[in-house]
Design a protein around this ligand. Structure first.
Ligand code: SF4
Length: 101
């Protein structure tokens, strides 16, 4: 699945579901301590869009905390073209479009 298709699927799900990280700055922080990562893992494990979040993060190779795991920075330029369709959760502030605003 392409990163764009995965992103579209995730955003479609976010129209009906609220991600566990919604409104939690810890998920969009530049770094997390071990205990903070552990707390994020617990939140992600209960998240209704875990699989879609994981699919997007894997396809996009984006940096940050996604679907229960800290991802290394491998951001691709193509992601800058993706745009969120909802502001339901912490997933959204990590998107490249928001970094340009
Ligand atoms: S990072 Fe992904 S799996 Fe974890 S709470 Fe947020 S949307 Fe859900």
């Amino acid at each position: 699945m392409s990163a764009e298709a995965a992103w579209d699927a995730l955003n479609e799900a976010l129209e009906d579901e609220t991600p566990g990280c919604s409104g939690l700055p810890l998920f969009v922080a530049d770094s997390r301590a071990d205990e903070q990562r552990a707390a994020c893992e617990v939140i992600c494990a209960r998240c209704p869009v875990f699989d879609l979040c994981d699919a997007y993060a894997t396809a996009a190779a984006d940096a940050g905390f996604w679907a229960g795991a800290e991802r290394s920075p491998k951001r691709r330029k193509a992601q800058a073209q993706l745009s969120p369709t909802t502001d339901a959760g912490a997933v959204i502030p990590r998107q490249p479009n928001n970094e340009q605003e």
